[in-house]
Design a protein around this ligand. Structure first.
Ligand code: ATR
Length: 526
């Protein structure tokens, strides 16, 4: 039997609802309910998106069967109109009738857009509210502005929940949303989040700020709003059910950031070591935006990636001498005094995998490249006492780095004079992405080890050539994980669960490679 709703019940509802509502879609009622059946294996809170059905009015009996079968599950019925970002094209009266039937079929909550509510007869709306708790919703697909004004307008319509969904075009928009939630969630039951790739932090941290719950998609590719993450990701990666006021916030900032493996690696480490922390991706289109966000949200630690590793330095209160020497920072810590301190753990990412395999003092190492990654490698290896040679496409850059690090530079034409190196490190960008190029030709790979700093793709052309010559390969994923491990140690003071971090990073890369291959095959078929 479905849970009955009356006028007093909704007041208790916010306390009983799970934190994540999974949006379920389907082109017909059977598909919708099948997907709901799959979703309830992990979730006790669903949203039926009736507007995705070709005949939204037809689902009532199937939903009734479902709610009777799952009396412990909470469900929202939504039949979003086109103007509100949905697919329903019928009249306001038809929309309310569909929702009313869904309520009679056991949905304890119904979602009505503000625009519909303002056009509907108040009595019709309040009648609906006697059957189900009313979520009054507002969507802004462009910006995150004037939230107080919107709430004021919404509060004229009596409702049980006020849902405000805006679009983040900057990280600061998330701050605006979270401050709004903090200020108003004691007077209203609010649901607030920002859509868009830049709004992902509001989906994770909004609950902490006062949002009663948040939304997630059932599966990848079934998002009902831009930037929506899957329920599985919110639960297992971000441990959303465990976030509280004491949760420390960490993040990776860069542009682009969508493909970063750091959230999965770091959240795994935080969970494994029982640290009450969460690690989010911050898509920073500018450093000014990032710094504004960092000041407002008490972020404890940041991983800094392209293109901000150098530019971040002037925004920090202090950096260690090693980081200053390299001229790039990939790790920021906010100390208890609120000051920001910068470190460079890329060197650990290079040095640690090598130290596990050979003795670095006096090892002869050839570093390919003279950019940021090469600088971390060269300084790190020199510090360990290695004999370092730099080879770069642009000679002047290798000469400059060699001078700064007291290393040697060599010209490509002179490479054949060297019989062999202990290690060749590829710190160039050659071989990244879809490129099939390699920075060296086959007969130039004369070394015991090749350390490929590129991790995507996992098998570069250079790696393939090295393997064919019997050279032992150290893959880029080890660098990624070791630099992250060092960050974890700096932030938490605990040893990093390295094997577990490496395992999830490899798994995530395998999944990504498989997805790419699948998409390519599907593209060819079309
Ligand atoms: P990162 O911060 O990842 O090190 P970067 O600072 O842009 O990135 O450095 C890229 C490195 O890859 C440089 O050493 C660059 O050589 P140049 O100094 O000659 O630009 C090297 N690189 C990029 N494309 C290359 C190519 N097609 N062939 C050889 N080297 C290349």
């Amino acid at each position: 039997m479905a849970i009955a709703i009356n006028n007093t019940f909704p007041r208790l509802l916010p306390l009983r609802l799970p934190k994540v509502c999974v949006a379920v879609t389907g082109s017909d009622a059977t598909e919708l309910v099948d997907k709901a059946e799959a979703a309830v294996r992990d979730s006790g809170f669903l949203e039926f998106r009736l507007d995705y059905l070709s005949r939204p009015a037809s689902a009532a009996s199937k939903i009734k069967n479902f709610t009777e079968l799952h009396p412990q599950v909470f469900s929202v019925a939504t039949c979003r109109r086109k103007a509100g970002g949905g697919r329903f094209q019928g009249s306001v009266a038809a929309q309310l009738q569909i929702l009313s039937r869904a309520a009679n079929s056991g949905c304890q909550l119904v979602d009505v857009e503000l625009e519909t509510a303002e056009r509907a007869k108040p009595a019709a709306l309040q009648k609906l509210r006697t059957r189900a708790a009313l979520i009054l919703s507002y969507h802004d697909f462009r910006s995150s502005k004037k939230l107080e004004g919107i709430l004021e307008r919404m509060a004229r319509v009596p409702a049980d929940f006020y849902k405000i969904v805006t679009t983040a075009t900057t990280l600061s928009d998330n701050v605006t949303m979270m401050k709004f939630l903090e200020q108003h969630s004691d007077r209203h039951s609010l649901i607030g989040l920002c859509m868009g790739e830049q709004g992902i932090i509001s989906r994770v941290l909004g609950l902490r700020a006062g949002s009663v719950f948040t939304f997630a998609s059932a599966n990848p590719g079934e998002e009902t709003g831009p930037g929506q993450v899957t329920a599985q990701e919110l639960r297992s990666t971000y441990r959303i059910e465990n976030l509280d006021a004491a949760t420390r916030v960490y993040g990776v900032a860069g542009d682009p950031i969508a493909h970063s493996l750091s959230p999965i690696i770091m959240n795994t480490a935080l969970r494994r070591e029982n640290v009450n922390g969460v690690y989010v991706a911050l898509h920073a289109k500018s450093l000014a935006d990032l710094m504004a966000c960092v000041r407002e949200i008490p972020i404890h630690g940041l991983s800094i990636t392209m293109p901000y590793k150098e530019a971040i330095l002037e925004h920090l209160d202090n950096t260690d001498s090693h980081t200053a020497q390299i001229g790039a920072c990939n790790t920021v810590v906010r100390a208890q005094d609120g000051k920001l301190y910068g470190f460079n753990t890329d060197t650990s990412g290079i040095v640690r995998p090598l130290e596990q395999r050979l003795s670095l003092p006096a090892a002869k190492v050839l570093v390919l490249g003279a950019g940021g990654a090469a600088r971390a490698a060269v300084f790190g290896l020199k510090e360990r006492g290695s004999e370092v040679y730099i080879l770069n496409r642009t000679l002047a850059a290798s000469q400059k780095l060699a001078r700064a690090a007291r290393a040697r530079f060599i010209k490509r034409a002179d490479l054949k004079k060297f019989t062999s190196f202990d290690v060749i490190v590829n710190a160039t960008s050659v071989g990244m992405g879809n490129s099939k190029d390699a920075p060296l030709s086959d007969n130039e790979i004369n070394a015991r080890f090749l350390f490929e700093m590129i991790y995507d793709p996992p098998e570069t052309r250079l790696i393939q050539m090295a393997r064919a010559r019997g050279v032992e390969v150290i893959p880029g994923i080890e660098m990624l994980v070791q630099q992250a491990a060092r960050q974890f140690e700096i932030w938490t003071g605990k040893p990093a669960p390295l094997d577990e971090m490496l395992r999830v990073a490899r798994l995530a890369m395998q999944e990504r490679t498989a997805r790419k291959a699948w998409a390519k095959a599907a593209g060819k078929k079309k």
